[in-house]
Design a protein around this ligand. Structure first.
Ligand code: GRF
Length: 200
């Protein structure tokens, strides 16, 4: 079976990456992870190293300005020729080069029920607002902050004694299978495996 190549971008511990890697071990998995790229020395890179998947680091600090970093990131991704790019806890906005090169083929996961609580502190903001239900969203990436089309969501109940950490852990537990499910769906194209996956 020809598997659809994907690249995963991370900044953090990589639990979503680990879930994608585990799922990629299944015989019927329609995708393979061809590279993992981080914008910092993310501990999640260890998951890729353990699985002998090529890793790259494209740090903002190593570039002259944001535009140069945007170009370097787009080039790093393109070198691996993925059909789909998955942001799994990647904590930077995606600039025009990558957005244009991979229009409609970039997805992101977010730990809140968008359009509520976008941005870097979705869990903290939901807790501070006092919502009783929050969750995770997988979305298409557009130029805004978590404003892209929603592809899938799952709800999580907020408990009275929740802290940001306890709530985020429960969200991650459902976010991981949600992301795997969306990536499997988008990369499963039995008639034309190299065709661009259609989102939605
Ligand atoms: C995830 O909840 C993601 O949605 C958010 O940060 C977390 C990253 O977790 N942006 P990990 O690095 O995949 O463990």
């Amino acid at each position: 079976m020809t598997r659809t190549p994907i690249v995963v971008l991370i900044s953090g511990t990589g639990s979503n990456l680990a879930a994608l890697l585990t799922a990629a071990g299944a015989e019927d998995c329609p995708y393979r992870i061809v590279a993992v790229i981080a914008d910092r020395e993310a501990s999640g890179l260890d998951h890729a190293r353990a699985a002998r998947i090529p890793t790259e680091m494209v740090r903002l600090a190593d570039h002259e300005d944001r535009a140069a970093w945007d170009r370097a990131l787009a080039e790093a991704v393109s070198r691996h020729a993925p059909e789909l790019v998955v942001l799994a806890g990647f904590m930077k906005l995606i600039g025009p080069p990558l957005l244009e090169d991979y229009a409609g083929r970039l997805i992101n996961t977010h730990p809140a029920l968008l359009p509520s609580f976008p941005g870097a502190h979705g869990v903290r903001d939901a807790l501070a607002h006092g919502v009783k239900i929050t969750g995770a969203s997988v979305i298409e990436v557009d130029p805004g902050i978590d404003t892209g089309r929603i592809l899938a969501q799952v709800a999580v109940e907020v408990r009275e004694d929740d802290t940001e950490d306890t709530l985020h852990e429960r969200i991650k537990a459902v976010e991981q299978p949600l992301l795997v499910d969306v990536v499997r769906r988008l990369t499963a194209a039995p008639e034309a495996p190299r065709a661009r996956p259609r989102l939605g």
